[in-house]
Design a protein around this ligand. Sequence first.
Ligand code: DGL
Length: 271
Amino acid sequence: MQQAIAILDSGVGGLTVVKEVMRQLPREKIIYFGDTARTPYGPRSAEEVLLFTRQIVNYLLQYNPKMIVIACNTATAVALQEIQASVSIPVVGVIQPGARTAIKTTRNGVVGVIGTEGTIQSGAYAQALKEISPQTKVLSLACPTFVTMVEQGLFSGEEVRSEIALALEPLQTHPMDCLILGCTHYPFLAESIGEVMGPSVSLISSADETAREISTILSHSGQLARTIDHPIHQFFCSGDPKLFRIITQNWLREQIHVTPIVWQITHLFMT
Ligand code: DGL
């Protein structure tokens, strides 16, 4: 049986990475887990996010994937290294790819980063950006309301736009030329964020570069899928499967089947 790429997030955000993986690597089978019952991860403690991430990884490992993609910045910031050290397959996060793309894109060296409270407080983007290019000026801002809007299926319209304008106001006076969407949920709001920031600011999503990194790793290990042209992907979510399916189908423009997962108490304390 074809080994899948396992992709996880706190909810529907990681689908922005899924879409890009499907575009760049159409033969790859994907197993996706959205922890919609416990979203958002942003306001949670690092310990809790680490525990939830471990739990989902343990769940996904039973499907024998060839790689794990933590398509959540909040989880990448606190759990990537620990998960990498604890499993024997490659584990990819989304912060390094986003930082690389921003450094390639910026002309004036001033980079904005928006993300969840957890991601911004971790300082992971500032660190990743400065490791690549120490002179970069980084302006970071937490946008706690965005994930909830996306999980409710609210992506556009006047209310969404004014919420975004209000949240991004602190960035408006700074001369950045690119803004990292440092949460995988934010590309769902890219149109409104772009309108608010204006055409001189390029929006950076990690999805594109993350998919390229996946491709490079699989290619080097000779594990790229070769034979299956239309793989059947699998989707799991821990919350309401109806809304999850609607958002997923609209975003991916594909019919999908969702398996709802009810976390058992025994899962909670697995290591
Ligand atoms: N999509 C996730 C991220 O990239 C998680 C957002 C959340 O659950 O707060 O950070």
